[in-house]
Design a protein around this ligand. Sequence first.
Ligand SMILES: [Zn+2]
Length: 214
Amino acid sequence: MTKQPPESEDAIVWRDQPVAPPIRRLNEGGLRELPWLADLSLLLDRKAPLILRSDACRETIASHLGDVLVEQGGLLIGSAWSLTPEEPDAPLAVLCVEEAVPALDAVGSGTSLRMDTELWGRAQALAAARGDIIVGWYHSHPDLGAFFSFTDRRTQAAVFRHPYSLGLVIDPIRGEERWFLGRRCREVGPACQFPGRHASLDQDQDGGADHEDR
Ligand SMILES: [Zn+2]
C-alpha cells in the first residue's frame, strides 16, 4: 500500500455526503419521528435551535473519553430540522445528535487531534444506513475546561461549516461540555437528553410493550 502523505495538524477533510436533503422539514411527518416535540409552538419562539442528544450517543462518548488525559474525539451523526428548510437562511429548529463515531486511531497529544479518512468512511456508512447525516464532531479537553480554542474555531470554520454543523467539546475530568454551531461557532445548548429517534422507531416496529401483556 502506498503511504499517504503526512497530514497537517488539522487533517480533517470534509467529504460532502450524497445523502440529501441535509436539513429536513419539521412538519407533522417530521414530528412523528420526534414524538418528544409534541408541541411545535414551543419551537417557534426559540432563538436558538434545540439540541437533542440520544442516550446512545451520550454513552458512546462517555465510554470513549473515559477519564484519560489524552485528547480524543470523533464525529457526530444525526439529523437537522427546520420549519422552513427551503429558505436560504432558514433557521434550524432542532438538531438531533443520534450517535457518536469515535476516532479509534486518533493520535492525541493532549493538545491536538487527528481524524482521518477511515473515520469519515465509517461515519458516512453508518449515517447512510440510518438515513442520517454527519452533523458535526466532538473532542475532549482533559482537565483544560470545555471551550473552543483558536484551532477548534479554525477547524470548525473550515470543515464543519454547514449551518447545521455542531462542535461539541467535553472536559471529562471537570465534567464540562459546550456546543458550538456553524462556521461562526455560535454557542448553543445545553443539549437535552432524549431516547433517540431510531430507538423510538424500533420500539414502534416491535409493537411496544403490548405484546408482553398477551
Ligand atoms: Zn479543542
